[in-house]
Write a protein that binds this ligand. Structure first.
Ligand SMILES: O=C[C@H](O)[C@H](O)[C@H](O)COP(=O)(O)O
Length: 230
């Protein structure tokens, strides 16, 4: 599992705090990344102890992790809705509940699962907090469209970079068979406006801006965890 910036202890605190809120009978969206992984592990332990839940994974990686942890799974088209999704973020604004996701190239399915969830519980360590979003925005892009999309995002004021794979010659390929383009907009003063413009670009499957998306956030710190509900 790829680990990002913050300490593992802080990520674990955030993940476990969110897992603690899950109740018997819930349908639980299972997020992607190193922080959400701690929530999946904690839920696996709870299932071992008799907690009755069904998980909906947001990526191939989350699915594999949930299988390893013994969490029963189903797909989105088999259920009426999701009670809670627990997921990470690459950058998060606590005042607004907005964030940027997709560092693990899973943001399209993550946004789909979040859109079906009653509660979106984000889990981050404190290094992810910011007053204004300025992390590059991941776009999942149809392979044939990446040059057209690059031109379109330049006209919106962004600087696109096709994401290269770490362990293969060539680009990252998503679980859906698409490419990822990371777009640097500098500081994003109006995330809703950028989100609307990105959604309108032909060839963009989904972007990683999640505007005022969180209903709850748990922020793991060196010495504890703080949870905010919106
Ligand atoms: O595509 C990946 C997801 O959006 C992750 O939730 C996000 O990148 C945060 O991952 P991590 O908890 O490993 O920093």
């Amino acid at each position: 599992m790829k680990s990002t910036g913050g300490s593992d202890a802080a990520k674990r605190r955030a993940g476990e705090a969110a897992a603690d809120t899950v109740e018997p009978g819930m349908v639980v969206g299972l997020g992607t990344g190193s922080t959400a992984a701690y929530a999946i592990e904690a839920l696996g332990d709870a299932v071992d102890d008799g907690l009755d839940i069904v998980g909906v994974p947001t990526s191939f990686g989350a699915r594999q992790r949930a299988i390893d942890c013994g969490i029963p799974l189903c797909s989105l088209d088999e259920i009426d809705g999701i009670d809670i999704v627990i997921d990470g973020a690459d950058q998060f604004v606590r005042d607004t509940g907005s964030c940027i996701k997709g560092g693990g190239a899973a943001h399209s399915r993550e946004k789909l699962v979040a859109s079906a969830a009653e509660t979106v519980h984000l889990v981050v360590d404190e290094t992810k907090l910011t007053d204004a979003l300025d992390h590059p925005v991941p776009l999942e892009v149809l392979p044939d469209a990446h040059t057209v999309v690059a031109d379109a995002v330049r006209s919106l004021g962004g600087e696109p970079t096709l994401r290269d794979a770490a362990n293969k010659d060539g680009p990252v390929v998503t679980d859906n068979g698409n490419l990822v383009c990371d777009v640097d907009f500098g500081t994003i003063s109006d995330p809703a406006s950028i989100a609307t413009h990105l959604s309108a670009v032909t060839g963009v499957v989904e972007h990683g801006l999640f505007v005022e998306c969180a209903t709850t956030v748990s922020v793991g710190q060196a010495d504890g965890v703080s949870t905010t509900t919106y």
